[in-house]
Design a protein around this ligand. Structure first.
Ligand code: IPE
Ligand code: MG
Length: 250
């Protein structure tokens, strides 16, 4: 196998959408509790959660978001009963089949980050088809994290990184982007619904300087107005990235 070089790394992988804007990442938690509190099966919560996702995706570009990463299925979620995981995988497949043409019309480029070897072959194919069909989207880069573990992605990047000739944080980030296929980009704002306040192995490298907004609300109850208020909260935060506030102000 050809050793990876930095040259390889800068020329492969998806190119970021040039439009300046925010990268918002969402841990869409609370689907199961939303359903059980209504006496519904957990799968009904996931279906309702998919509707929330649709609304948020549609609103994102006009709210100044250029990249939106949604945590659809964590690698840790394989510990759940197979029936629930399969219901989530079916919903994702359905989403891709129904929404791909809509993504093309709306200028949305779709990518999936995460492992692809453990998901059903039909879903794997649907992902590849959607990615290919939406590759020219420039209004929004939508990234769905499916069978995703940030720690595992970083581990795999580290395994490849030792072959890279030019060692730098940037070239590591590029290797990580290559491992993820859907890229590795600095997160500006991370939102988690459902009341828990943790990162759950999501975008560990990319969230180094992210602002966090945690909401008690469960994901199916999350609205575009909630996204707008999270963005307003984000705008009020002072992002110094370790510098002094004065230095940021110039
Ligand atoms: C988040 O909702 C969606 C996925 C993990 C796919 P949960 O299924 O974790 O819902 P709760 O946290 O049990 O309510
Ligand atoms: Mg949960």
């Amino acid at each position: 196998m050809q050793p990876l070089t930095t040259q390889h790394l800068v020329t492969t992988g998806p190119k970021p959408i040039p439009d300046p804007g925010l990268h918002v990442a969402i841990i869409s938690d609370g689907n199961g509790r939303w359903a059980t509190s209504r006496g519904l099966p957990r799968s009904a919560g996931h279906r309702a959660g998919a509707e929330s996702a649709r609304k948020v995706i549609q609103a994102a570009p006009r709210l100044g978001i250029h990249t939106l990463t949604l945590f659809a299925l964590s690698s840790a979620n394989w510990k759940r009963p197979p029936a629930e995981v399969n219901a989530i995988l079916r919903l994702l497949h359905e989403y891709l089949l129904i929404e791909t043409s809509h993504c093309i019309e709306e200028g949305i480029r779709l990518n999936v980050i995460g492992r692809r070897d453990r998901i059903p072959a039909t879903l794997r194919q649907a992902i590849a088809d959607s990615e290919a069909a939406t590759v020219n989207g420039r209004r929004l880069h939508l990234r769905l994290a499916i069978d995703y573990s940030a720690r595992e992605a970083m581990y795999h990047a580290a395994c490849r990184f030792y072959k890279v000739t030019e060692l730098s944080p940037e070239s590591f980030s590029n290797v990580l982007a290559e491992v993820l296929r859907g890229g590795s980009m600095e997160v500006d704002l991370l939102i988690r619904t459902g009341g828990e306040q943790r990162l759950s192995d999501f975008l560990l490298w990319e969230c180094a300087f992210a602002e966090f907004v945690f909401l008690p609300k469960r994901w199916p109850d999350f609205s575009v107005a909630d996204l707008e208020s999270a963005l307003q909260e984000f705008a009020r935060r002072e992002r110094t990235r370790g510098a002094l506030p004065d230095a940021i102000a110039g």
